[in-house]
Design a protein around this ligand. Structure first.
Ligand SMILES: [Zn+2]
Length: 269
């Protein structure tokens, strides 16, 4: 039995929306100082205007924190603009945004589906839909299709790393750990990365893999993600890599595994 990592066992985040056709809802996002007691005081500020039904909060790591909450508006005279105005006057609030439900549907537009910090626009698509698109692609173009997927993954990672390098530091092991967390949070894969004892190969073991979420009939493997692993390693180490995939869920293995070796044969770390 494969022992799953803690990250692989974490509950997945559900798409954050709330449907309530009978009442007015607001989504409140507040940036506040990351100090003891600030969140508790902030929650007290809403008491008479909004009945909070779902909240989260997290530190930004720069002395500030974000509060995000869905709530039901208690008074007919209240609206998003009035709540925002009142919150903006609070000394606890560094900045805030309040949006109201439309036709009963409230969506967390602050966190999902729109833009990443480097300005890329995102859409959400079910993992299985993208995986089955790759399946159709390989059905049509055979090994040529797999080759294109590999290079697409590699080039995508190369382009993204230009941005990620600015946020993950320069230590290779730390970089891969952080990138593993980013991949997991984006829903692409749950990845454990290890360097072998000789320091000459890098192994990625995926216990979840979006590319394998739609089962194959044509024998394809998770080639796009293998390309991403290679592209990432190439940027991190500034060298070229060969890659193999000895295990893949598409073959019935419990995990997908990429083994990356630098073409120059020299140690990585
Ligand atoms: Zn796979």
């Amino acid at each position: 039995m494969v022992k799953k990592s803690l990250s692989a066992l974490q509950r997945k985040v559900e798409f954050p929306f709330h449907y309530s056709p009978d009442g007015r809802m607001v989504h409140i996002v507040v940036k506040m100082a990351d100090d003891p007691g600030v969140l508790a005081s902030l929650l007290g500020d809403f008491r008479t205007e909004v009945n909070l039904i779902g909240t989260s909060s997290y530190s930004m790591g720069d002395g500030s924190a974000i509060f995000s909450g869905f709530g039901r508006v208690l008074s007919p005279s209240e609206d998003a603009a009035a709540i925002k105005e009142r919150l903006s006057k609070s000394p606890r609030v560094l900045s805030c945004q309040v949006s109201e439900s439309e036709q009963g549907l409230l969506i967390d537009r602050f966190h999902f589906g729109f833009q990443t910090p480097n300005g890329d626009e995102y859409i959400m698509i079910p993992a299985r839909a993208l995986s089955s698109t790759y399946e159709a692609f390989v059905d049509k173009f055979k090994t040529g299709g797999e080759t294109i997927l590999f290079y697409q993954g590699r080039d995508y990672a190369r382009a993204r790393m230009g941005y990620y390098k600015t946020i993950v530091g320069s230590d290779p092991k730390a970089i891969f750990n952080k990138l593993g967390g980013i991949l997991r949070s984006l829903g692409w894969a749950a990845t454990e990365i290890t360097f072998d004892s000789s320091g000459r190969t890098l192994t990625c073991v995926n216990t979840e893999c979006f590319e394998c979420s739609s089962k194959t009939k044509n024998g394809r493997r998770c080639t796009f993600l293998r390309g991403m692993a290679v592209g990432t390693a190439e940027v991190v180490f500034g060298r070229e890599f060969s890659s193999e995939e000895p295990r893949c869920m598409q073959k019935g293995d419990p995990v997908c595994e990429f083994v990356l070796t630098p073409i120059d044969g020299l140690p990585l770390i």
